[in-house]
Design a protein around this ligand. Structure first.
Ligand SMILES: Nc1ncnc2c1ncn2[C@@H]1O[C@H](COP(=O)(O)OP(=O)(O)OP(=O)(O)O)[C@@H](O)[C@H]1O
Length: 707
């Protein structure tokens, strides 16, 4: 970077005041725009007095748009202007969370997603892209606190009359060093070039973003969603954007960092909530999750659908022409096999079933009778015995009915066939004995697979109309109702499969069966897929990759790589990296950019309880923000009992730690995490890379550290 002159304090103050004057103008304009939106909101309600159907529709549209505008303005209030570009031709651009113009339509601030803001993220000293100086403005609400400059083109700056006095020592490092809070940090002002390229990549096809821990993959994924909506709102809002990832992490980013991704534009779901009507956050133990996620489950489920329901009648008995006709168990099994082999969706097979049963009953007629077949069909099909038999023998089943039927180990062993070893049958059957009340995250993908095999059950009764009828006019009771009703237009059908974009975080942990569930929803979509194979908890990476390729159905793939770790200080990452390198020699290891001087410490102890308590006290005293305590899933409840989790102190297991970030981390018994499953070392690596400032590990030995 070109040499900049060190500023004096008065120069810094003068620059802050200069920015304050501009920021004041922007907030004054924001107030005026807000006022305008509020007026529209009020007037929208006024239109209702006319009480014609047309006026009600117009009112809803006005109320909806005004409310949306107000929400966007309120959401982006904090740090509205965060950057400034001085171009070599003398032009000045302020960059912010939304675009705003003054009364004369001159830009006061441009949206960070607009093409004009791209140089703010992409310009470097080697390629200044016409930028003399880039400035990051740090504020608290409308008050400017500080500015940080990068001088990118000294000669250009001199030519443009820009002061060559650069204030501060670089916005990124300043931002990372400041990070001490319970919140995810806001990166919009310090997005780096490699991240920006992934954020702004074209929308079509599949964009795969890979990078090691802390490289900003989640942050980039969310900013990419915001960018897509900005560039082509109509397409992405219309079709919808589905964002899948660990919901706790997403929620904290979205609520605090990217409020403009309101829930009405983007659907945020965790893997346990992708299917409508059921949801789960409970993870199975790794071995069980491994079986439930594997592709061999498909065959098992298909056979389970074809099995007779547990309480199906064993004989069909009908009367015709004074004769009792019996279709016995074995013939019924043949009918079931025959129909099961022909129909795609079991719940839609009633016609086929009726026909096949009539054929079987006809075949059971005594020899020598000369009945008319058409008459036989009509009479038997209308008989009480037949009408009663069909829905009991071939009932409409829900995915939960079928999965719960596999809680019977004998039935499971039968449908499992060669796809399940005898040792796998009983833990699986046991886990499904409570599936109706408490399905696991892995079960959700199985239920979704069953949903497609069974077909949708008959539609439930229509939703209650949110309007009330007042004087014959559909009316609402409160402003909140009105807003709710106007939002209803954006509600998509259950298990919607027409998303315009699917964005998937922590993709390395998606099982093959989960890829199938996601693939069904994204068949017409473009995709963004974010992950790091070295952090995968999935045992068979090759099968998962093949399932991913299947879900993407040959779409064109574009790849981006992020190589800088912004979360961990170098001391922490240097401690964690060798652990994973032994298990995954080609792990994608990023470079950590920050040093704090605090070296992580492993304590070999015999009294785990006392050592954990002491370490937690130390960490709580050392940092202002959150402390995460990470152990195996089996040990987590016990560890929570030793400590007193509260807002600042969280106790999680290795899988729950995915994507999370804490100021300080204590890993309890890392040797147990490493041994917990086939992918244990990779999960331990996740645990060791969650801290922004301090890391301590306590355990019985250091086998995991020294291989
Ligand atoms: N350009 C940036 N400027 C400032 N902070 C950044 C930047 N990029 C990332 N960060 C911060 O680094 C941390 C890690 O980011 P994020 O959680 O998105 O990484 P990740 O790659 O998803 O991590 P992991 O794979 O370990 O879960 C976050 O606190 C984020 O705000």
């Amino acid at each position: 970077m070109p040499e900049a002159v060190q500023p004096t304090e008065s120069v810094r103050q003068a620059e802050i005041e200069r920015e304050q004057r501009h920021v004041d103008k922007v907030y004054a304009r924001l107030d005026a725009v807000r006022e305008e939106a509020e007026r529209t909101h009020r007037e929208g309600f006024g239109i209702a007095h006319a009480r014609t159907p047309g006026s009600l529709v117009e009112r809803d549209a006005m109320v909806h748009h005004a409310a949306q505008r107000l929400r966007a303005l309120d959401a982006e209030y904090e740090g509205l202007v965060f950057g400034r570009l001085d171009l070599v031709d003398g032009e000045v651009r302020h960059v912010g969370r939304l675009g705003m113009r003054d009364d004369e339509h001159q830009p006061l601030v441009i949206d960070w997603r607009a093409p004009g803001a791209a140089p703010f993220y992409q310009a470097t000293a080697e390629q200044p892209l016409g930028v003399a100086r880039r400035r990051v403005i740090r504020s608290d609400g409308p008050k400017v606190l500080d500015v940080e400059d990068d001088l990118l083109d000294l000669a250009g700056a001199e030519a443009a009359g820009v002061s060559v006095t650069a204030v501060g020592d670089g916005a990124l490092i300043a931002s990372l060093a400041r990070a001490k809070s319970t919140r995810m940090r806001d990166i919009v002002a310090t997005i780096q070039r490699e991240q920006d390229e992934a954020i702004r990549a074209p929308a079509g096809g599949v964009t795969i973003i890979e990078g090691g821990p802390g490289t900003g993959k989640t942050a980039v994924a969310l900013h990419r969603a915001a960018h897509l909506l900005y560039r082509d709102r109509r397409r992405f809002e219309g079709g919808g954007v589905l964002l899948v990832g660990p919901s706790a992490v997403f929620m904290s980013y979205v609520e605090r960092v990217l409020p403009s991704l309101g829930e009405e534009t983007v659907e945020l779901r965790s893997l346990g909530a992708v299917m409508d009507g059921v949801r789960s956050q409970r993870l199975d133990p790794p071995a069980l999750a491994g079986i439930k996620g594997a592709l061999r489950m498909r065959g098992i489920l298909r056979r389970a659908v074809r099995e007779a329901p547990t309480d199906a009648p064993r004989e069909l008995r009908v009367v015709f022409g004074g004769q009792v006709l019996r279709v016995r168990e074995r013939e019924l099994a043949n009918v079931r096999r025959h129909v099961g082999g022909r129909v795609q969706r079991a719940n839609a097979a009633r016609q086929e079933v009726r026909r096949a049963l009539l054929d079987a009953a006809w075949a059971a007629r005594p020899q020598g009778v000369s009945w008319e077949r058409a008459r036989f069909n009509e009479d038997v099909a209308d008989s009480d015995a037949f009408v009663d038999f069909v829905p009991r023998w071939w009932p409409v089943r829900t995915p939960l009915d079928v999965l719960a039927s596999l809680a019977d180990p004998k039935r499971l062993a039968r449908v499992g066939g060669r796809d399940l070893s005898p040792a796998e049958v009983s833990p699986l059957a046991r886990s499904w004995s409570t599936v109706r009340e408490d399905p696991s995250v892995a079960d959700i993908a199985l239920l979704d697979e069953l949903r497609t095999m069974l077909g949708e059950p008959p539609a439930p009764p229509r939703k209650k109309d949110p309007y009330l009828l007042i004087d014959g006019v559909r009316e609402l009771t409160s402003a909140a109702d009105r807003e709710f009703a106007s939002r209803e237009r954006y509600v998509r059908p259950d298990n919607y499969d027409g998303y315009a974009h699917v964005l998937l975080d922590e993709a390395q942990d998606v099982s093959p069966m989960q890829w199938r569930m996601l693939g069904r929803r994204g068949q017409y979509a473009s995709w963004t897929i974010v992950g790091d194979a070295a952090q995968s908890a999935w045992p068979d990476l090759a099968e998962a990759r093949a399932a991913r390729d299947d879900a993407l159905r040959g779409k064109r793939v574009r790849r981006f790589h992020l190589g800088t770790n912004y979360r961990n200080p170098a001391e922490i990452f240097e401690f964690a990296a060798p652990v994973v390198r032994r298990a995954v020699p080609d792990a994608d290891l990023p470079v950590a950019v920050r040093r704090t001087g605090a070296v992580p410490e492993h304590r070999e102890v015999t009294d785990l309880v006392a050592a954990s308590r002491a370490a937690v006290d130390e960490l709580l005293a050392a940092v202002d923000g959150t402390v995460g305590v990470i152990s195996t899933a089996a040990r987590r409840p016990e560890v929570a009992g030793w400590l007193r989790p509260d807002g600042r102190l969280q106790v999680v297991d290795g899988m729950q730690a995915k994507g999370m970030e804490y100021d300080a981390v204590l890993v309890v018994a890392p040797e147990e995490l490493a041994a917990e499953s086939a992918a244990g070392v990779r999960v331990l690596y996740v645990a060791l890379t969650r801290a922004t400032h301090r890391l301590i590990t306590v355990g019985a030995n250091d086998s995991w550290l020294n291989g």
